[in-house]
Design a protein around this ligand. Structure first.
Ligand code: URA
Length: 248
């Protein structure tokens, strides 16, 4: 597969797209020993040898980070108003978030350059499980579990797919993920675990709204086979083992 020289260099972490264009124009780049001055020059990253100022550049393989997303960051590669999750991972140039969490949602988010994996994790046909810990404005009722298992009308063309609701007692181990301010004074049934297999816009908030509750805190604890490590602090990212994701 042929790709543009400037994209190859940016993806390899040499610089931003505009920085690498300027290096190319200043005659700093060779392909197979020949100086190239056009950023749009095509090359085969598997067979052509590219060097910047005499040092050879290797194609970056797939990288994936598991990020503990804090509230306040948006899941986008760029945003004019808010900080983006890309600011929280190293060498983020060719990476992108796998799906979205709302700005005020915390929890497990993958950031990758692996388009095939992202597609597999997000495809509606894959039905990848996502488990959320939510704190509600008032305790959940036992009847919600059956309602969610049957699918609820959240105003879309079709009801939600069957989802699994677990209503948490105040000693449930998952509550260890809650920030202190939500743990103190929490009433039995106010915290819930909801596992869904789709990714509709504001889905968890809209499902609870449909049964008369508002979500006041939301955190994603798992995505497919991946679980948010309890020890991973908000804003921290760790490289993620591709093998784990393959089994999703
Ligand atoms: N559902 C929501 O309502 N918000 C999220 O961020 C994720 C799922």
């Amino acid at each position: 597969m042929q790709i543009r020289l400037d994209k190859f260099l940016a993806d390899a972490g040499v610089g931003t797209r505009s920085e690498v264009k300027s290096i190319i124009r200043r005659k700093g780049v060779t392909i197979n020993g020949e100086c190239v001055v056009k950023p749009e020059t095509k090359l085969n990253p598997d067979t052509d040898e590219v060097a910047v100022n005499g040092s050879s550049v290797v194609k970056r393989g797939n990288v994936t980070y598991l990020l503990h997303k804090p509230a306040g960051y948006v899941c986008a590669t760029e945003d004019k108003r808010f900080p983006t999750v890309m600011e929280l991972v190293p060498q983020a140039r060719d990476l992108f978030p796998v799906g979205r969490l709302d700005k005020d949602t915390e929890g497990l988010l993958l950031i990758t350059n692996d388009g095939e994996m992202a597609h597999r994790m997000l495809s509606p046909r894959s039905h990848v499980d996502k488990t959320y810990l939510a704190v509600l404005d008032r305790p959940a009722e036992d009847a919600f579990a059956a309602l969610f298992a049957g699918g609820v009308d959240i105003g879309d063309d079709t009801p939600t797919l069957p989802a699994k609701l677990e209503i948490c007692e105040t000693d449930h181990p998952a509550l260890a993920y809650l920030p202190e301010e939500y743990r103190t004074g929490l009433r039995a049934g106010q915290a819930v675990l909801l596992t869904i297999h789709e990714g509709r816009y504001h889905q968890v908030k809209r499902m609870f709204h449909a049964v008369g509750r508002e979500v006041i805190y939301l955190k994603r604890l798992s995505f497919g086979p991946l679980v948010l490590p309890l020890s991973l602090k908000k804003g921290e990212a760790v490289p993620c083992d591709a093998e784990n994701i393959k089994n999703a």
